[in-house]
Design a protein around this ligand. Structure first.
Ligand code: NDP
Length: 693
């Protein structure tokens, strides 16, 4: 791993040296020898890494374009609404780090060459197209399609012009801040003028006019401040509903309701609680089709998945813990003739559940089932992108006879989550989310010493040995990467293939991946639906660009799908990168989209070491006909969940969770009981106290 990190660092160092040299002496005077001198290495080493000068220059331009593209993707992902999205594009392109004279002169050196070099031109075209398409996409929400096109082109020209003048003029006409303000003012006045002239965006259909409220104490409650957000169908752009945000008043009300409800609930016997929970599971199954449709609309996942997995696996989990509830017990401890001890397994009190957007209903069930079976109350906050089905679960809980206040739903963004994680009345937080969020949640929870269960991200390895049944392994790899459009935490996105079977495997893989049906998520034939949002699609496309820039070979896919009505949604082709190396960002970082990376290996020891060389440790898969090797390999893999000759199956009976930075604690199985109860030890004297005083 050290070797790989060093190579990666060396490439970056040479690219930086190229930028410095270009800034200083310009395009034609830049030579490999000069770059090598600046980097303190021989020209031979420079060509070892990049071949000739043209290749090094192309890699440098890609590096710079990817940096801007990535900055834009990150800003776009965080932006809320079309105006913020336009500002995000402007800010990324006119950021101070792109605007200084040194970087400006390097960009200029490249732009001057673009007309002479096909290779540089290709990079520039992708960069320009992306900027235009981001602007156009956001503008279409504000004005007509024709005006959006016109204003997008004009804005791109303003961005380029501002940058060019700042680089060329001696009088420092603008700095980055002033340039951004000028560009923003330009778009705003253009949009305002178009609006005044009656330019209207294409209507965004609304399927539901209702406002979703926080569900507290067994019923919907009006939020004090009445602030709302929209939830959008990512396949169509349609607004599904308005959702009221829970602030401090609502979170306090939920804690008060949960406290009252939990007292009643904990007093019931496990058998009684189990009986109520079994009714919840039955109702979920009875409403499977309705809930699956809603989940598909809210997430963009295909109905052929949600109708057989999302609701059902939630119901299975609730049924499983309903069955366990009656068997919860402490233990008796013999302390000799004068005493005995026993432990009581008691609930923690109020538990906060904070969910991710990829399996909204399933996550709500996976968290509430063990929590409620153990006698706790839960306050659940779904991800703001997918707020709908948790409310349905709350309604079903009420219908099944779960006492008011035992399961509450509060809605909102990270701020609402923080109100929960820092609330002194809450005993535990169970989060499903990104590693960074997990760290913040744990730090906040520490302020009141709450317990935490963290189900976080991953970049899991899937290893195919030379003796594996290849067709079966290809099935596993497809499931491990493209189910739910790749938005699955445990996905096996680093596919390690033994060198001797790699070519055959990739051929079979590409043949099957290229036939996958991307389409309307509500169409039962669709196998790959929409990604969760336009912002997330940008992030995924940004990684695909980065993969190409890093030199990985696109074996299949790689593009956004915009055929017909799909143009309104966030669809990306199932994508396979061949020729990957361990140090590439697409191999190291969680993409959370339909992007598989393929790597080759020669020996078992080598692949285990490389598979473990990551900060993540959520899952791993091994395909081999040699069972001894299968068990030996999974014992050596640093992952919370492993599969031999399968991938991504998560039966409720088996604990699920991560090691290293992929999480803390376990969901599912009997193991989860430990995380939702605490033990009270009781000493019972059977003889008088022998007091020494
Ligand atoms: P995020 O971490 O962005 O968000 C998760 C939840 O935490 C959301 O409800 C979010 O609110 C909330 N949140 C964000 N910041 C804070 C904060 N500071 N304090 C409290 N709550 C906060 O994850 P995503 O929703 O983007 O989900 C994708 C991630 O989840 C991926 O990394 C994936 O691997 C992981 N995941 C892990 C699973 C596992 O079991 N290990 C299973 C499924 C997904 P809001 O969204 O409203 O801002």
């Amino acid at each position: 791993m050290l070797r790989i990190a060093t190579e990666d660092d060396r490439r970056r160092q040479l690219i930086e040296a190229t930028i410095e040299t270009l800034a200083e002496v310009g395009f034609s005077a830049t030579t490999l020898a000069q770059i090598g001198r600046r980097a303190g290495v021989s020209p031979g080493l420079v060509s070892h890494y990049f071949g000739d000068k043209d290749s090094l220059l192309e890699a440098t331009l890609r590096h710079m374009a990817t940096r801007v593209g990535r900055a834009a993707s990150e800003r776009l992902a965080a932006a809320r609404g079309p105006r913020e999205r336009i500002r995000a594009v402007i800010e990324a392109n006119l950021a101070p780090e792109e605007f200084d004279r040194r970087t400006g002169s390097v960009w200029l050196a490249f732009w001057g060459q673009v007309i002479h070099s096909q290779r540089l031109r290709r990079v520039q075209v992708v960069y320009q197209r992306r900027m235009l398409s981001n602007l156009r996409h956001a503008l279409r929400r504000l004005v007509s399609a024709a005006d959006a096109e016109r204003i997008a082109v004009a804005t791109a020209a303003v961005i380029d012009g501002l940058w060019l003048r700042a680089t060329l003029s001696d009088t420092h006409e603008t700095d980055s801040t002033a340039a951004r303000a000028i560009a923003v003012a330009f778009v705003e006045s253009a949009v305002e003028a178009a609006e005044k002239a009656g330019s209207l965006p294409a209507p965004r259909p609304t399927s539901m006019k209702n406002t979703i409220k926080n569900h507290i104490g067994g019923r919907p409650i009006d939020a004090a401040e009445r602030k709302t957000f929209e939830t959008i169908n990512p396949a169509t752009g349609e607004v599904l509903a308005e959702v009221e945000i829970a602030g401090a008043a609502e979170v306090d009300a939920a804690v008060a309701a949960a406290r009252a409800g939990q007292k009643l609930w904990a007093r019931m016997t496990g058998t009684e609680r189990g009986r109520v929970l079994k009714r919840v599971a039955d109702l979920l199954r009875a409403k499977n089709d309705e809930l699956a449709r809603l989940e598909t609309q809210d997430t963009g996942k295909p109905i052929q998945e949600t109708s057989v997995v999302d609701v059902i696996s939630g119901a299975d989990c609730i049924e499983y813990y309903a069955g366990l509830a009656a068997s919860l017990s402490g233990e008796h401890i013999d302390l000799g003739p004068s005493a005995f001890g026993y432990t009581r397994r008691e609930p923690l009190g109020i538990v906060a559940g904070i969910g991710a957007w990829n399996y909204p209903l399933q996550i709500a069930c996976w968290k509430s089932a063990p929590a409620l079976a153990c006698g706790n109350a839960m306050i659940f906050k779904p991800a703001e992108l997918t707020p709908l089905t948790a409310v349905k679960l709350a309604e079903i809980m009420a219908e099944a006879g779960v006492p008011a206040g035992v399961f509450n739903v509060v809605q909102g963004f990270a701020e609402t989550g923080r109100l929960l994680t820092r609330h002194p009345g809450i005993a535990k937080v169970s989060l499903t989310g990104e590693v960074g969020t997990g760290m913040k949640v744990m730090a906040d929870a520490a302020t009141t010493l709450k317990q935490v269960t963290l189900e976080l991200g991953g970049k899991s390895p899937l290893i195919v040995f030379e003796d594996a049944d290849l067709d079966n392994a290809v099935s596993g790899a497809l499931l491990a990467n493209f189910y739910s459009a790749g938005e699955v935490c445990s996905n096996g996105t680093r596919v390690f293939l033994h060198r001797s079977v790699k070519a055959a495997f990739v051929e079979k893989l590409v043949a099957r991946a290229s036939k996958m049906v991307v389409g309307d998520p509500l169409d039962p034939r669709t196998q790959v639906g929409a990604l969760i949002s336009a912002g997330h699609m940008e992030k995924v496309l940004g990684y695909i660009e980065k993969g190409i820039a890093e030199g990985a070979k696109l074996a299949v896919g790689g593009k956004r799908v915009t055929a017909g009505a799909l143009a309104r949604g966030a669809f990306v082709e199932p994508t396979v990168f061949d020729g990957c190396e361990d140090g590439m960002a697409i191999v190291r970082e969680e993409i959370f989209g339909p992007v598989m990376t393929v790597l080759s290996f020669d020996s078992e020891d080598e692949v285990i070491e490389r598979a473990n060389a990551t900060e993540f440790g959520l899952a791993a898969g091994v395909f081999t006909r040699d069972l001894t090797r299968g068990h030996r390999a999974v014992a050596a893999l640093e992952a919370g969940t492993c599969w031999i000759n399968h991938y991504n199956v998560t039966p409720i009976e088996l604990p699920f969770g991560g090691v290293k930075r992929s999480g803390l604690g376990r969901e599912n199985g009997k193991a989860a009981i430990e995380h939702y109860t605490q033990l009270k030890s009781v000493y019972v004297a059977l003889a008088p106290i022998d007091a020494p005083y």
